[in-house]
Design a binder for this molecule. Structure first.
Ligand SMILES: Cc1cc2nc3c(=O)[nH]c(=O)nc-3n(C[C@H](O)[C@H](O)[C@H](O)COP(=O)(O)OP(=O)(O)OC[C@H]3O[C@@H](n4cnc5c(N)ncnc54)[C@H](O)[C@@H]3O)c2cc1C
Ligand code: FES
Length: 268
């Protein structure tokens, strides 16, 4: 669907974990067409436009009819204002934007890694993979602190196996998502489809642990800072290998989902 702008009414803002909120609103066009990996630009409520420029957020959940949920973490002005929104207030949504994840073909096993606020597109993708009948889906979700862990288990389809890692060890495995991924990948008897979204070092680490022959593909969603979200400002570029050279690609239009083997992680 072609992206478009619409003012939408906030239905709810709910605190799910430390600094982490769920923003719900209704926008049938996005709810029907947004695919996992796509994102939207959220504008401030009318009358508060001096607070911030539109900011990018991945779709976390849609009901396929009208409801859209965005899972976000507070960092600065925009996200703090979003956390204080009340039901009935109007915000702007421009979307759906960007490309989306590829569904696996021959792979019967998908491994998804979500680091911190890289979780939303992974959770949405897990739901779609389950709906598409992928036999085994492992979602590995990591946070620095247990206090930030979003309780996901009840919201995921039954056949999605959730593995949580926290660096403070308060919830799940003490350590990083890659420490869960490594032994899981070693035990795969067929090449899995691998997807990741999170801090660049996490996605780079995954690329260094696998080879193109050992996976169906590795797709990484790159969340570079964005200003326009529509391919004009060049503010969101990421280096991608083209032979021995790197070329710059825009995360907002050519991405945010890239071949994780092609991103020049050492140059990001
Ligand atoms: C495609 C895409 C999808 C995203 N999806 C989500 C999502 O689902 N949930 C969510 O909470 N956030 C998501 N983000 C990040 C979100 O856009 C930023 O957190 C938000 O713009 C911060 O705005 P702010 O005014 O609150 O903070 P700012 O004042 O703009 O920034 C506060 C601090 O955060 C840093 N920062 C801001 N944005 C980024 C970024 N993209 N990467 C690294 N550091 C950043 C700034 O450098 C600064 O240090 C996404 C970003 C992109 C590009
Ligand atoms: S955010 Fe402006 S070109 Fe991508």
């Amino acid at each position: 669907m072609k992206p478009s702008f619409e003012w939408v009414r906030v239905k709810a803002v709910e605190r799910l974990a430390d600094k982490t909120y769920l923003l719900g609103y209704e926008r049938p066009d996005s709810a029907r067409s947004a695919a996992p990996g796509q994102f939207c630009m959220i504008s401030p409520p009318e009358g508060k436009s001096s607070f911030f420029l539109p900011r990018p957020f991945s779709y976390f959940r849609t009901d396929g009819r009208a409801r859209v949920d965005i899972l976000f973490r507070t960092f600065g002005k925009a996200t703090r204002l979003m956390a204080s929104l009340r039901p009935g207030e109007r915000i702007g949504e421009f979307g759906p934007l960007g490309n989306s994840f590829t569904m696996p073909g021959r792979a019967e096993h998908a491994i998804l890694l979500g680091g911190g606020i890289g979780l939303p597109p992974m959770a949405m993708l897990a739901g779609r993979l389950a709906g598409a009948g992928v036999a085994r889906i492992d979602l590995i979700y990591g946070e620095l602190e247990g206090a930030r862990v979003v309780k996901l288990a009840a919201t995921l389809p039954e056949n999605v196996r959730l593995h949580v890692a926290t660096e403070d060890g308060v919830v799940g495995h003490r350590g990083r998502v890659t420490e869960i991924f490594a032994p899981m990948f070693a035990k795969c008897d067929r090449p899995p489809a691998v997807y990741a979204c999170g801090p660049n070092p996490m996605m780079a680490a995954v690329a260094s642990m696998i080879t193109p022959e050992a996976v169906e593909f590795y797709q990484a969603s790159c969340e570079q800072y964005m200003a326009c979200g529509r391919g004009i400002c060049q503010g969101c570029v990421i280096p991608v290998w083209n032979g021995d050279e790197t070329v710059y690609m825009r995360c907002c239009t050519e991405g945010p989902v890239f071949n994780g083997f092609e991103v020049a992680w050492t140059h990001v």
